[in-house]
Design a protein around this ligand. Sequence first.
Ligand SMILES: [Zn+2]
Length: 98
Amino acid sequence: MNVIVCRARRFPIRRILRCPTCKTRRRMLAQDEAWYGLSMTCCHCGDRWQDGELYPRPRQRGWRKEAAANATTAWLAAGRYDSAAHQAWFNEQMGYDQ
Ligand SMILES: [Zn+2]
């Protein structure tokens, strides 16, 4: 029987960086995505950036709270940065043999 391993399309990385919206250092969820590169989401205000460009903000009410909560959950789940796991994820995304 074949086991299908379904890996996440994005690799989460914990960061503590200055948020341009909050104007102070915050927990930032970095997510590496094959072909797209890193995006950053602030765990406090929910704003998100890709290549330094602010993502368009959703128009729903309460989106900040939801986005910040989701980012915090992923930030906590990411654990300590593991460069070997990151490399393995990247190789798999690229279809390289491991
Ligand atoms: Zn922020």
